[in-house]
Structure formats: C-alpha cells, structure tokens
Design a protein around this ligand. Structure first.
Ligand code: ATP
Length: 216
C-alpha cells in the first residue's frame, strides 16, 4: 500500500520577539486545516536590512520559551546556525530535497508578507517546492499591488485545504484565521516607552526580555 504522507508546514520569520500574532493564528490554522506539527524557522537577517535588536541566541531562547508548552511547534535552527543570511527560496528547495518529491510541504506567511512576496529572491520558484498558506493580519489588503502579481496569486489559489494535503506543492491558500493586531515592532516600541505588553506575548518571553534588558 502507498505510504500516506502528512502535510508538513514551516513558519519563518525574524521573531524579534516572538508574539501572539505569530503563535495564535498558526494554532488556529492547524485546527482549521489539520496540521499535526509546525516547524518554526527563525532567519538570519541580510546585512543590508535593519538588524534584529535581539541576537540570534536571544531570538532562539525566546522561541524555545514560547513553544515549551505548545506541542504543535518545533524549532528548526538551520538558518540561524548557518550564520549568514539565506534566501527562503533556497531553504525551501533544500527542505524539498530532504523530504522527497511527493511529501506535501507548506510555507506559512502572514498577509503582509504575501504583499511583499514578489520582491523575495526567486519567489516564483517557491511554489515549485511548497504550498503557501497565508494567515490573516489586520491592516493589509488582500490584493496584490501589481496586476501581474494578482494574476500569479489567482493562478495558484485554492479554496480547499484538501488540495494542500493531496498535492506536494504549488497552491496558495488564504486561511480564515483570527486577526491579531500585534507586531514585533509594536512590542519593541511599547517596551522602549515602558508600556505594558502583557497580552501581546507569552509571560515567559516577557520575563526573559526583562531579565536580559532587551528592547530598552
Ligand atoms: P516586525 O514588526 O519587526 O516587522 P513581525 O511582527 O511582522 O515583525 P516577523 O518575525 O517579521 O514579525 O514575522 C514572521 C511571520 O509572521 C511573517 O510571515 C508575518 O507576516 C507573520 N506575522 C507576524 N505578525 C503577524 C500577525 N499579527 N498576524 C498574522 N501574521 C503575522
């Protein structure tokens, strides 16, 4: 009998720091479409982009604290370990090579990232290797700025999560996840101004930020 492959999903980002706007939509997504595991992959930020305020080790430590009591998530340190920036397209290509041609693989992004997605290096090749699952995020339209990018989106769009499970790659799914008006920049700004952040991120992460004197 043919082996049944389960859909695996990877969620990348800077996580400076990780917050509920990352964790809660993805947990809701997992329930909506049936995901047993989500791999969080913190990135290395290219030198020409604003650098994270927390070091790689601190971003990793915060993620470990955030997922300690969230069994859905595991951490993949490959980009951090490489200690040099890597393009998402190449990371996902390597992941595909590891998993074989038939494994259903997905990359999760927020709605804001979908809008900038066509600026990503080799963005069109990403769908050769994975699906793209988009979580809702308040404040961003669901329409691409350029007509050709909107056509690209519509060409790959699926309205049925089953397609993500049955095909190895190539589909874009706009998931109806709950909205969270939280961003890492909002948290950094609030901490800098000495304002409370209790409902925005897990207590253990906030305690760590305070212990380390981060974002002051
Ligand atoms: P910053 O404010 O520093 O730009 P951020 O909060 O957007 O950071 P990132 O680490 O850059 O966090 O995001 C990682 C991924 O999580 C991206 O795909 C982003 O779109 C998504 N994401 C972040 N916050 C939310 C949110 N509130 N709702 C849905 N998706 C989100």
């Amino acid at each position: 009998m043919a082996e049944v492959k389960t859909l695996q999903a990877l969620f990348g980002g800077t996580f400076d720091p990780v917050h509920y706007g990352h964790l809660k939509p993805v947990e809701a997504l997992a329930n909506l479409i049936g995901l047993a595991k989500v791999i969080i992959m913190p990135n290395n930020v290219p030198p020409h982009r604003p650098q994270p305020e927390a070091s790689s080790a601190q971003r990793k430590a915060m993620l470990e604290l955030a997922i300690a009591d969230r069994p859905l998530f595991t951490l993949d340190e490959r980009e951090l370990r490489r200690d040099a920036p890597s393009y998402t397209a190449s990371t996902l290509k390597a992941w595909r090579e590891e998993q074989g041609p038939d494994a259903p693989l997905a990359f999760i992004i927020g709605q804001d990232s979908l809008l900038t997605f066509p600026d990503w290096h080799d963005y069109e090749t990403i769908l050769d290797n994975t699906h793209l699952i988009v979580c809702r995020r308040p404040g961003y339209p669901l329409k691409m700025a350029q007509a050709r990018h909107q056509r690209w989106l519509e060409r790959h769009l699926t309205h049925t999560p089953e397609a993500l499970h049955h095909l190895p790659a190539g589909k874009i799914y706009l998931a109806e996840t709950p909205w969270f008006a939280i961003s890492a920049s909002l948290i950094r700004e609030r901490l800098e101004n000495g304002e409370p952040c209790d409902d925005l991120l897990p207590d253990a992460v906030l305690d760590y930020i305070n212990q380390q004197g981060l974002y002051r």
